[in-house]
Design a protein around this ligand. Structure first.
Ligand code: FES
Length: 115
């Protein structure tokens, strides 16, 4: 059975939400269950909550994953900046590395983990 991550209407345009992946998730290779999603230009993107620099969680406050302009994902530890649509780091100590994406299945009633 598909795993529902959160309700579709909980994530507003330009906002981010943190969530926890089930332990049995097989589409993720690392033993990380913290994740987040962002809605941008009508699309929802999700990544593991682990900075490719030293692996710490990106956010310093609940659901706060974006820079002050809301245009880039920002790591709160050393300030690395990532593109929302690809997860690529474009500034900071891990430039050129990428956040690990999570495949989603968007349904009318919610956002699900893709099988
Ligand atoms: S841990 Fe994210 S930039 Fe250093």
């Amino acid at each position: 059975m598909a795993t529902k991550l959160f309700d579709s209407n909980i994530l507003a345009e330009g906002e981010a939400i943190g969530f926890t992946l089930p332990n049995s998730n097989t589409s993720v290779t690392r033993d990380i269950t913290s994740a987040f999603a962002i809605k941008k230009d009508g699309e929802i993107y999700a990544y593991l909550n682990a900075c490719p620099h030293i692996g710490v969680e990106l956010n310093w406050q609940e659901n706060q994953f974006l820079d002050s302009e809301g245009e880039l994902i920002q790591c709160s530890t050393h300030g690395a900046l990532f593109l929302i649509d690809s997860g690529e780091c474009i500034s900071g100590p891990c430039t050129g590395k990428c956040l690990q994406p999570i495949k989603l299945n968007i349904k009318p009633d919610g956002v699900y983990l893709s099988d």
